[in-house]
Ligand binder design. Sequence first.
Ligand code: KE4
Length: 423
Amino acid sequence: MDIRKSEELYKIALDLMPGGVNSPVRAFGSVGRNPLFIDHAKGSRIYDVDGNEYIDYVCSWGPGILGHAHPEVIEAVQKACLDGLTFGAPTGKENQLASMIRDCVPSMEMMRLVSSGTEATMSAIRAARGYTGRDKIIKFKGCYHGHSDGLLVQAGSAALTQSVPDSAGVPASFAQQTLVALYNDKDSVRELFENNKDQIAALIVEPVAANMGVVPPEEGFLEFLREITAENGTVLIFDEVITGFRLGVGGAQAWYGIKPDLTTFGKIVGGGMPMAVYGGSKEIMRNVAPTGKVYQAGTLSGNPIATTAGIKTLQILSEHPEIYTKIEKNAQKLADAYRERARKRGISLHVNQVGSLLCAYFTGEKVKDYAGALSSDTKAYAEYFGELLDQGIYVAPSQFEAMFVSAAHTDEDIDRTIDVLLK
Ligand code: KE4
């Protein structure tokens, strides 16, 4: 495969940006390849600068649920741009997007639009601390909530592959306020509440852990978190940056029937533009400036172009529930093909799938938690990644990420992928 133009761009990038990238996972560090530079994308396909075409299962890490450059979204964005890119003042589009989110997710009584998932989770935690007057928070080992200081403690996603789950540059005093539990391990949560009575402001969790691959909650785990946080006056925050509008327009909280106190959204909610949201109970959100003492702000928050992309995307998803049936069916087909590959090739492979999210782990163990995810053979994953890439299939360049199926993946795409998997 000719990737000379990517290589040239990568050389220049290495001198301009750390690792030549603007987000670590894009560096392909854990799969032993140099990153591809992308020229354009359309539907289920992504094209690198050397003209190589790939079926894309990264979907920009989740936003691309409709496929790349959906014509209706592009048309709406192009039209909006002609009216100006940003005003730094309220627009009716923010009302429209916020109302749509509340219609889809009733727990979102009041919310704030921001520009990234990191900003959303950081702000949700500040709101919870301001509301409770407490300092400590609980997160789960291997869950990733963006790169704000207090959350870069035993984080997932690329922090896991860089083997720096505890990032340098985070003062110990910050990290000390972050208690770490084990996903799907109720005792580890109970212990933290017992040893930190009345000190825990918030518990933040990915309702489906999608930054250590894909690890679904065990039966009753989310209900347990809802009960123990309510008993302790702790704010339950669902980080739905990945699951929001991915598992359905109601997200994971509808899928599992749990009502958190606060929720964060990102990715799909902006239709591919920089947009994220945090919100939930009015009682908590009223504490956010200017109505309360919890300060949070943003020059481009609720940006008219990003809200346009988000509105159009959520409109399409709300009007076409059949999209979710299709992408879940295709994810199931892929999961079955991975299992068949394992049988055919006599390799250890464990596949988790929730809706249109899936992950193939190179391990013989059932992956039900962080330890299970870490048992995966990342070298075998790297080989698999390279093999697929050379066959024109673009999956996550890391074992600890999700595979995303979009509405643009055709039956031919899925069949081609299965052919390559079972070759
Ligand atoms: P951003 O700040 O990257 O918009 O969102 C942070 C975030 C928060 N919460 C969850 C559950 C997330 O998955 C993320 C970001 N996801 C990663 C991929 N696992 C983004 C890809 C990247 O870091 O480049």
